[in-house]
Design a binder for this molecule. Structure first.
Ligand SMILES: [Fe+2]
Length: 260
């Protein structure tokens, strides 16, 4: 048999699809970015097109597919092979998440992990572990799931002094065709002591294909002549949501967002 260009990931995912005027239950046996094997008692014919719906956590993935082959067992068709020619971005993120689980040997639970951290450079990736870290190029094996990687303020209406020292403050100004985004850590100045300083600020921007795409990192050496503050300049054709994460060597990662 011809080897697939992209290896399938074994799965056991409940799914549904609408065919023959009814919703049919199915199980996705394996999947990849461009195809699936689906176990089902109702097998649509080759070239049939429909959407496969897979529940994930509190949401659903809806994936348009086309039947490529029928699978027969004991004289009964009980599975279909489908191709996915235009996979939605969220589906690709989901596949990345499953591939990461497979690499890490995590086989239990269907939870979609939202945050991953690079154990080389501490970059945080949202929704899926990337094939290579956008900061240090480490491979996907270097990423660990990290649901608690970002600190959150308990009460934004009444930030503590500690929180005000760490949460990035974003100021936006527009002039002469540019958008200047200044980020300072934080509302109360964070010092640059050797055991408690800001090591980097990572910037993410939404992209047509990928929300929270990493676009830049500013590193800070521990030096008291520095203030943990920087400015990025954008052209004014960009509109979207900027996400900023600051990393304190002693107190972890802190997030802020702004739109422009
Ligand atoms: Fe700190």
């Amino acid at each position: 048999m011809k080897k697939r260009a992209v290896e399938r990931i074994p799965a056991n995912l409940k799914a549904e699809f609408f065919w023959c005027d009814k919703v049919n239950s199915a199980t996705v046996a394996d999947l990849s970015e461009n195809g699936m094997c689906i176990n089902t008692q109702t097998c649509p014919p080759v070239r049939a097109r429909f959407d496969v719906v897979i529940p994930v956590e509190d949401d659903v993935l809806k994936i348009p597919v086309k039947v490529r082959r029928l699978v027969k067992k004991d004289n009964t068709f009980d599975a279909i092979g489908v191709e996915i020619s235009n996979p939605p971005r969220r589906y690709l993120d989901f596949v990345d998440s499953l591939r990461w689980r497979q690499i890490k040997g995590i086989t239990t639970g269907g939870q979609v992990i939202k945050l991953f951290i690079c154990n080389v450079c501490h970059h945080i990736s949202f929704d899926h572990a990337p094939i290579n870290c956008p900061i240090c190029s480490a491979t996907i094996e270097s990423f660990e799931k990290a649901p608690e990687a970002i600190k959150r303020a308990d009460n934004f209406a009444g930030l503590t002094e500690f929180e005000k020292k760490h949460i990035p403050v974003i100021k936006i100004s527009k002039s002469n065709g540019y958008i200047d985004v200044n980020v300072t850590i934080g509302e109360i100045e964070h010092g640059m002591d050797i055991d408690d300083h800001i090591t980097f600020i990572d910037f993410y921007f939404n992209d047509a294909a990928l929300s929270k795409k990493c676009i830049s990192r500013i590193n800070f050496n521990c030096d008291k002549i520095l203030y943990p503050s920087t400015t990025l300049r954008f052209n004014n054709e960009n509109t979207g949501v900027l996400t900023v994460i600051s990393n304190c060597i002693a107190h972890g990662n802190w997030l802020a967002k702004a739109s422009f």
